[in-house]
Write a protein that binds this ligand. Sequence first.
Ligand SMILES: Cc1cc2nc3c(=O)[nH]c(=O)nc-3n(C[C@H](O)[C@H](O)[C@H](O)COP(=O)(O)OP(=O)(O)OC[C@H]3O[C@@H](n4cnc5c(N)ncnc54)[C@H](O)[C@@H]3O)c2cc1C
Length: 331
Amino acid sequence: MRLEVRVIAACICVAIASPAYADVTGKVTLDGKAPEPKQIDMSGVKECADQHPDPVYEETVVAGEKGELANVVVSVKTDDPSALGGELKLRSGVARLAVENGRIARVVLENGEELEARYVLSSAGWCETMRLCDDGQPVVGSRVPGQLSFCETIAALDTQPRDLGHDRAVTFFNDHSQFTWRRPDELCDVRSGVVCSPNNFAYDEPLDASLAKGGTMRVTVLANFDRWRALDEQSYRLEKLRWYDRITASAVRFVPDYRGHAIDSDMFTPTTIVRYTGHDNGAVYGAPDKQLDGVTHLKNLFICGTDQGFVGIIGSITSGIAMANRHCLHK
Ligand SMILES: Cc1cc2nc3c(=O)[nH]c(=O)nc-3n(C[C@H](O)[C@H](O)[C@H](O)COP(=O)(O)OP(=O)(O)OC[C@H]3O[C@@H](n4cnc5c(N)ncnc54)[C@H](O)[C@@H]3O)c2cc1C
């Protein structure tokens, strides 16, 4: 389904309050008739079906009689951040946040460069950000870092999962009477997991053209960061192979067995997550205690992202917008 949405410029006013801040107001309407909402099939989960005796419909497009739309996110994009007064610095690790008089005076990069800013928003995580502040105590150790991390296998197939009889985008599985959501004692806990097949998302075209010929199957399970980190290089590689097999064997009890169709495979572990995100313990969803208002002990330092409270990809994007709006852009 392709949606034509047009912006009616009844009133677009741009008030520049700072080089990187603008107000945009307007009206977004649906051009054409809204598609009939599909009924959500709850037959697969008895508890959901019991709670909803009456039909429940998808709310992908919620439109009024004149094309008014509810729940719309408008994205104002430019390929050039400098057009919005910004500068994107990649591969610029932050070595230290220099604190003076209860505020961040400078952001010191690993290459020695120093940046000054009225406000600093950090998505590095609560504990990780606190360690960067050079005022040390009492904030370091003020909160327990997250413990939940994951391993995920990915298999590239020579066929589409739906040709093997698998048409679901996401399948949660659990083979015990109780669901255990905690750090496992072993390297992984394969009793439960999530199988994801991005080919089965409800789009007219595959998300990625390279998926058009063959599909992918991903399986995510709980994992123990400390156990993975303790392995030497050779054992790490060996355990990855072992656990790839175990994770996949567990998953194919709940989805069609795709192992004979795998033409390539890989797997990430909690240490991969630490390497690429810097989050303590490879905790994808951050610390258990969230800082919902984003404020810290410093006047101009705010937390955004997972440790502020909105988790996941969409959550962390929303968090950045919300914290920037709340603390930086209206002052
Ligand atoms: C492998 C994996 C798969 C996932 N799959 C999904 C999914 O399918 N759907 C979903 O909704 N969520 C998924 N998540 C979770 C989602 O990615 C996170 O919830 C989200 O990215 C968190 O956003 P964030 O901004 O808080 O942190 P991050 O996205 O982790 O960003 C933190 C950034 O800070 C940088 N950083 C840290 N320290 C420093 C420093 N000292 N100097 C400079 N930069 C620093 C890191 O390099 C990183 O870029 C997944 C996460 C992982 C790791």
